[in-house]
Design a binder for this molecule. Structure first.
Ligand code: HEC
Ligand code: HEC
Ligand code: HEC
Ligand code: HEC
Ligand code: HEC
Ligand code: HEC
Length: 419
């Protein structure tokens, strides 16, 4: 009886654990596809769609599986919207008027990938608001919690000043006391040295200590001075207030908008342009309210003299001047596409995690030493790079097995960076 009971228990627990196991596998596979769906969505769709009800360039995709005729229909639409419209499909023709911007065709996405995107949208839950708030709060705490060098120095100077004042007070008190005592005893006061006199007297009798003090003092002074000199013209961390509270965190981070969607120039030439307000209007014709309300987005409308209710542009636009964050002196030549396209360097290597910045700031020092260090350490991308493959073939000295750094292609020559 007892044995039987045990056997039954055991087999049911085996069944239970295998059930748990299969459920786990099932759930983890769900998790994986949801993740792929998210990534695919951010890469391909996020510039025009949100997974919520809110519209961007295209309609918000929440509830799409209930709206559209079928999942199959959605797959076909995403692969080729124009063909769907041309085929006379009723729903496609109903939505085609939605926006003057036509939806891109995604012929290269596999059916499963599109289904993964649909699953991601279906299961999308907006992130809980609390997280970013605490993250920012924490950043603020750690900001004020750490003493930066400047503050530390001021504190030291203040303490030094206080000590000096204390020495003066004490020594003058001591002087008056000695005088009082001598007067009372009717003895001549001992020879008065004065404060400066006592200091030199002390120094004369404590040569070792005073030597060390003078040496340490001089070294500290020099180090501070040199550091100040080296930091002239270095604006690392510069973070000016902008005329519109534009946030890279909201756009490049939370909404996954690609950097070059706005900064098209980075891949084309010397300068990364700042997008014109018309680019903003691709989305803000529809997105009229942000997490902090309508005021900041309203400034775009005000500058363009646009009426968001009637959707009509007036003829009185005022130019908007963004405050420049980065400012290389004119004597230096820097080219974005050389680094981004040919050198294949990520924006973040030089600009830091822009996608986490609420206010844009200068991440790197932008000094000559900074440019040169990277040119010494970084190899040029020779393979899969039409620009260099040919040159690599024709330059025997590059075949010695050492990495071909930027330095070796002439990246330390003065004239490369100076006109
Ligand atoms: C360039 C902008 C753009 C991109 C990128 C884009 N779409 Fe669209 N999408 C639109 C527009 C605009 C519409 C509305 C139809 C129209 O005006 O052509 C639309 C409509 C849709 C619809 C039908 C919506 C409805 O409410 O019935 C689906 C589904 C859809 N898109 C899915 C996707 C998916 C999935 C991706 C990414 C693989 C994607 N779209 C990428 C612009 C875009
Ligand atoms: C939706 C458009 C948009 C996207 C996407 C975007 N930016 Fe920006 N970016 C701007 C605007 C507008 C400014 C000017 C206002 C400011 O400084 O905040 C700017 C400023 C900057 C600056 C400072 C420019 C200066 O004045 O020196 C840098 C650097 C920058 N962006 C890099 C990036 C990187 C890297 C990404 C991708 C992670 C990115 N941006 C994505 C619109 C965008
Ligand atoms: C590809 C779409 C897109 C483009 C382009 C775009 N935005 Fe946005 N913007 C958004 C979305 C989405 C939100 C957030 C809406 C939300 O979360 O409620 C937003 C929010 C904002 C906010 C509100 C921030 C807050 O705290 O309330 C401002 C201001 C803003 N954008 C300015 C700009 C400016 C300036 C440009 C052009 C340089 C621009 N946006 C370009 C999609 C875009
Ligand atoms: C190798 C380092 C490096 C990389 C990589 C890089 N930048 Fe820059 N960026 C700079 C420097 C240096 C400046 C200052 C240029 C100046 O003042 O002339 C700058 C300036 C900018 C500016 C201000 C406008 C301008 O051109 O002066 C923007 C916007 C910008 N970068 C965006 C980007 C984006 C977006 C990417 C990625 C696609 C990127 N950067 C990649 C170094 C870099
Ligand atoms: C993150 C690393 C990095 C930083 C920082 C950097 N560069 Fe470069 N730079 C490269 C790479 C990699 C190349 C090689 C690109 C190529 O293959 O042509 C390059 C190439 C160049 C070239 C062309 C050299 C040649 O011989 O053709 C110039 C000019 C240049 N950089 C200027 C600058 C200046 C000016 C700065 C600082 C403001 C700077 N770079 C900062 C990585 C960097
Ligand atoms: C990889 C790019 C690069 C190379 C190579 C380079 N420089 Fe520079 N140089 C810069 C940048 C960027 C600045 C501006 C930095 C600043 O103001 O802090 C600069 C600044 C200077 C300045 C002005 C310093 C000041 O404080 O205003 C002088 C002088 C100078 N460089 C000389 C040279 C000489 C000489 C060479 C060759 C041996 C050389 N540079 C090679 C990028 C370079």
């Amino acid at each position: 009886m007892l044995v039987n009971d045990k056997i039954i228990k055991r087999s049911s627990s085996v069944r239970l654990s295998s059930l748990v196991f299969t459920t786990l596998i099932f759930l983890s596979s769900l998790g994986a596809s949801a993740q792929d769906g998210e990534k695919l969505f951010k890469q391909n769709c996020a510039t025009c769609h949100l997974p919520t009800e809110k519209a961007l360039v295209g309609p918000g995709l929440k509830g799409i599986t209930e709206r559209a005729p079928s999942e199959e229909w959605i797959v076909k639409w995403v692969k080729n919207p124009d063909a769907m419209i041309a085929s006379g499909d009723a729903y496609a023709n109903e939505i085609k008027e939605y926006s003057p911007t036509a939806m891109t065709a995604f012929g290269y996405l596999a059916d499963e990938e599109i289904i993964a995107i649909i699953d991601y949208v279906k299961n999308y839950a907006p992130p809980v608001e609390v997280t970013p708030v605490t993250a920012e709060g924490a950043a603020e705490v750690s900001d004020s919690g750490t003493l930066d060098e400047g503050t530390l120095r001021n504190v030291l100077i203040a303490i030094g000043g206080l000590l000096l004042v204390l020495v003066f007070i004490l020594s003058s008190v001591r002087r008056s006391l000695t005088q009082l005592v001598s007067e009372k005893e009717g003895v001549d006061a001992p020879e008065e040295l004065g404060t400066w006199g006592s200091i030199t007297h002390w120094m004369a009798t404590h040569r070792g200590w005073s030597g060390v003090t003078i040496l340490v003092g001089t070294l500290l002074f020099l180090q501070w001075g040199v550091q100040d000199l080296m930091n002239i013209g270095v604006y690392q961390g510069y973070k000016p207030t902008q005329p519109i509270a534009f946030s890279h965190k909201i756009h490049a981070g939370q909404n996954g908008i690609n950097c070059v969607y706005c900064h098209t120039g980075a891949e084309k030439g010397k300068h990364s342009n700042i997008p014109s307000l018309n680019v903003c209007m691709n989305c803000h014709t529809y997105v009229q309210e942000g997490p902090s309300g309508t005021e900041e987005i309203g400034k775009i409308y005000a500058a363009l003299d646009y009426n968001p209710e009637t959707k009509v542009y007036g003829d009185n636009p005022t130019p908007l001047e963004w405050v420049r964050v980065h400012n290389l002196p004119d004597l230096a030549y820097f080219n974005h596409s050389q680094h981004v396209v040919v050198g294949k360097i990520e924006c973040q290597e030089c600009h830091g995690a822009m996608e986490e910045m609420g206010v844009a700031e200068q991440h790197s020092p932008l000094t000559m030493g900074w440019c040169i260090n990277c040119h010494r350490e970084t190899s040029v991308q020779v393979t899969d790079n039409g620009y260099y493959e040919d040159m690599h073939e024709r330059t025997p000295s590059w075949h010695d097995g050492d990495p071909v750094t930027v330095e070796r292609i002439g990246g330390l020559e003065c004239a490369k960076c100076h006109y």
